[in-house]
Design a protein around this ligand. Structure first.
Ligand code: NAD
Length: 366
């Protein structure tokens, strides 16, 4: 079968990672073009022999690609992806889709009109334990959900990580900190597992690094079904925790890293509450849930994209779904600066104005 021709736009850390994954699937893909505004990031043995571009528009005009992988800093994901869709190409746009929900809306409209394959790289959707949680929730294994607690601090970054690239940790450079760069994965899982939220109240802080944007976030979402989801993330603790606790009427599911534990109640919480006993006797059984397959990752996203292009296979991480992580992040930031609960859908203009004020206030990346 003829390999699908890929152009990678942005060949820094993640673009180089995509190159590695794509070279590992020669039956599916051939990387036929690379683009970066920094010529240093086009150097290296693995990039040699592949046509290079310094302007993404030239790559799109070259006719060398069927799909582009967009791995530049997030604020220009929208502009580049839209230009690719307008050329009739398929797009794999890195997370977050863009830095603001208004730009995301514009991107999704253009993607819909193009009708080509649009994936993002929410690779946590490919890990077996996360797929299993999704399955258990859709089978109603826990009954009605009572509450969720999600702590995501497995994201330690050094000061040098932020200092080395001028765009990191800046309002203009990435439109946020942990909420825009690391936590989109976690916010996407919340959306994927639990669906729509009605509101959020949150605060952000810059406590652990010397950066403009937040390196810490805590927020409480109210899910459409009425239960609260408490969310905490930072980029400044070790060894870091990746733990979710989902408490339901029939039991509790805890994921700690990749280990999943299920506690099943003999009598449901609603039965215990409705019963005679003032201090109900709770009987339960706790077991570790076997995880069916080993962990996967970005390579799986690419395999899925190949199958989507060739056979119309359903996407694991559709671009059309990825608005939620952007809107959740924007909403938490509004909530912090207005000290108020923010309802979904958020007012796009309010966030655009806030971000432009934050950029103008700091003006460190001109
Ligand atoms: N899915 C994941 O797990 C994951 C992991 C890391 C990063 N990312 C995402 O990938 C994106 C890039 O992150 P990174 O860590 O690789 O950053 P990076 O700084 O290492 O790489 C970005 C590259 O884009 C280039 N660039 C900037 N503007 C450009 C333009 N207009 N045209 C062409 N090239 C341009 C830069 O010169 C740089 O080489 C970010 O959006 C980030 O959130 C995703």
């Amino acid at each position: 079968m003829t390999p699908i021709r890929v152009g990678i736009i942005g060949t820094g850390i993640m673009g180089s990672n995509h190159l590695k994954h794509l070279k590992g699937q020669p039956e599916n893909f051939q990387v036929t073009a690379l683009c970066d505004i920094n010529p240093e990031n086009l150097k290296g043995e693995e990039k040699a022999g592949i046509p290079h571009f310094s302007d993404y528009r030239d790559l799109l005009d070259s006719g060398l690609c069927d799909i582009v992988a967009v791995a530049t800093p997030h604020p220009c994901h929208g502009e580049i992806s839209m230009a690719a869709f307008r050329k009739g190409l398929h797009v794999m746009c890195e997370k977050p889709l863009t830095d603001t929900i208004s730009k995301t809306d514009a991107l999704l409209a253009v993607a819909k009109e193009a009708g080509t394959v649009f994936s993002t790289n929410f690779s946590m959707r490919t890990t077996s334990v996360n797929i299993l949680i999704k399955q258990m929730l859709s089978e109603n294994a826990l009954g009605k959900i009572i509450r969720v607690d999600f702590v995501c601090t497995d994201w330690l970054r050094s000061q040098n990580y932020y200092d080395k690239q001028a765009w990191r940790g800046k309002w203009k450079g990435e439109g946020g900190g942990v909420l825009m760069n690391q936590a989109p994965h976690n916010l996407d899982l919340l959306h994927w597992w639990f669906g729509e939220m009605t509101s959020v109240r949150g605060t952000i802080g810059t406590r652990l690094h010397d950066i403009e944007t937040e390196d810490e976030v805590e927020a409480t979402f109210i899910n459409k079904a009425g239960f609260p989801i408490r969310f905490y993330a930072n980029t400044g603790e070790a060894p870091g925790i990746d733990r979710i606790e989902i408490v339901g009427d029939k039991g509790t599911l805890v994921r700690e890293g990749t280990k999943l534990t299920l506690t099943k109640l003999k009598e449901s919480v609603s039965e215990l509450i409705a019963g005679e006993a003032g201090f109900p006797k709770v009987e339960s059984e706790t077991t570790e849930v076997p995880i069916p397959e080993k962990l996967r990752g970005a390579g799986e996203i690419w395999k899925n994209i190949a199958a989507a292009i060739r056979n119309g296979e359903e996407l694991i991480a559709p671009g059309a779904d990825a608005w939620a992580a952007v809107e959740f992040a924007n909403a938490i930031t509004i909530s912090h600066f207005t000290n108020s609960e923010v309802k979904f859908p958020i007012d796009r203009k309010v966030y655009d104005k806030l971000l432009s004020e934050l950029i103008n206030k700091t003006k460190t990346l001109r």
